[in-house]
Design a protein around this ligand. Structure first.
Ligand SMILES: [Zn+2]
Length: 468
């Protein structure tokens, strides 16, 4: 029996099971046998050969689920820190996105996938819209299969209409070779519906229906997609259960009703919406429309693949909006509607539900796949005392506190260190991609892309300061 097949028992932790009643157990154990959770409770008897992990002082929770991340863009980590959505579109869609070769998509995916498991994100949707050719798609899948995480490929291609690439023989062949019966955790078609009344996207929706796969779409993105896209999808019968609407930040109440009524969910990328400008992070209104929520980080070209950030900003943005609306009406919020507990739910169960995987992942209950995260850091002053477990996960803990990660019962991170996985190799590949892009673009374009012009801002006259 190899080490990775050994049973694992995490001992004496604070367990957030995220089961139906959100049971929290103090000083409890989680026993993993094979790829599944065997038992959760106190003083469990473990097999003699079990790997014992001391979770004292730590929080044990289900692995997190990111429902929307453009992993290929991890190769450009941080490059777009000062971008708006406009600069993003110009750079990736119009100017430089075409330069990415299959090996560049591979490099970004590899680093993004390792980053996900390192930060306790055990399932990630790779919203892969840089698949200009099927060779790019093969390279993307090669990377996802090389890392021991759970990955759903959202197949997309921003360089062609979805009605073109999704109906091609090459795409069909790729699906047959790599997806049908393949190793990935799932597959979606990833494309947007900007609202052309002729609805050319219909052909791509039909492909999804034929294949029996779901669609994920950037909806309600200020200046890009709006209520027209939702209406077209609805009128043509393509707003089906399991559709994941990304952002959905600038839609009318009518569109939100359509999403709720047809069994869709929204992937909220708060850090992205706050900075890029898709619209105000929408949980404040999604809650009112009873729309299921999952969380996502969108892209590492601005932010990182870190769902602690997503939880923290989502909770704060929701509260920020509630206060702002109240103050506008000369009122005071005395009790928050949104609680830390709900945000942890969105980061785990919410993602699992959005992907139709909630019978398998998203909670620590016997029989489910053993995707487990232990947050523990005895060297961190912020990890003591742990009084409000959900609040601690959202506002105190961070990715550096991810001590141990199991995916399907395999230990992929232990004692704060990745187990296996070729981080050095991924870094080298991304380094090669960066060198290639920089050289191809030229130093001038490279620098201009990273440093958008700052509009002039006027400082208000201050009557308390002397001026000449
Ligand atoms: Zn996106």
């Amino acid at each position: 029996m190899s080490d990775s097949d050994r049973p694992v028992v995490l001992r004496n932790g604070l367990v957030l099971t995220m089961d139906d009643s959100h049971t929290v157990l103090e000083g409890a154990d989680v026993l993993v046998v094979g790829d599944r959770i065997a038992e959760v409770g106190h003083h469990l008897t473990a097999p003699d050969d079990a790997l014992e992990i001391d979770a004292t002082g730590g929080i044990i929770m289900p692995g997190m689920v990111d429902t929307h991340r453009h992993m290929w863009q991890t190769a450009m980590r941080g490059y777009g820190a000062d971008w708006t959505l406009t600069q993003y579109f110009v750079w990736y869609y119009l100017e430089s996105g075409k330069l990415f070769r299959p090996e560049d998509v591979h490099a970004g995916n590899l680093l993004g996938a390792i980053e996900a498991i390192d930060s306790g994100v055990t399932t990630t949707v790779d919203w892969s819209h840089g698949l200009q050719t099927v060779d790019h798609a093969d390279a993307a899948v090669d990377a996802l299969e090389a890392v021991p995480g759970r990955f759903v490929l959202g197949y997309g291609n921003i360089q062609q209409g979805p009605w073109e690439w999704s109906t091609s023989d090459a795409f069909r062949d790729f699906y047959r070779r790599r997806i049908d019966g393949g190793k990935l955790a799932g597959f979606q078609l990833a494309f947007d519906v900007p609202g052309d009344p002729a609805f050319p996207e219909k052909a791509a929706f039909e492909v999804a229906r034929d294949l029996g796969v779901k669609v994920t779409t950037h909806a309600g993105v200020w200046g890009a997609t709006n209520d027209d896209g939702i209406r077209l999808m609805y009128e043509n019968g393509f707003m089906t259960p399991g559709t994941v609407y990304v952002h959905a930040a600038t839609l009318s109440s009518d569109s939100y009703h359509r999403i709720a009524a047809t069994g869709g969910s929204v992937s909220v990328s708060t850090e992205s919406e706050q900075s890029a400008g898709q619209g105000y992070p929408p949980t404040w209104t999604l809650r009112k429309h009873d729309i299921p929520v999952s969380l996502s980080m969108d892209t590492s070209v601005w932010w990182s693949g870190d769902l602690f950030s997503a939880m923290r900003t989502t909770l704060s943005a929701d509260r920020s909006r509630e206060h702002l609306e109240a103050h506008g009406a000369k009122e005071t919020v005395t009790h928050h509607h949104l609680r830390a507990e709900q945000v942890v739910d969105w980061a785990t169960r919410g993602g699992a539900k959005a992907l139709g995987m909630d019978s398998e992942i998203g909670a620590l209950t016997p029989g489910r796949k053993a995707d487990v995260v232990l947050i523990k850091n005895d060297d961190s002053p912020a990890m003591f005392p742990v009084l409000h477990p959900y609040g601690h996960v959202v506002y105190q803990a961070q990715r550096g506190d991810v001590h141990t990660v199991l995916i399907g019962g395999k230990v992929v991170k232990q004692d704060g260190k990745l187990v296996g996985g070729d981080l050095a190799g991924a870094r080298a590949k991304v380094g090669t991609t960066v060198d290639y892009l920089r050289e191809t673009m030229g130093e001038d374009l490279w620098k201009r892309g990273m440093n958008p012009e700052i509009p002039e801002s006027r400082i208000l006259h201050n009557p308390y300061q002397y001026t000449k």
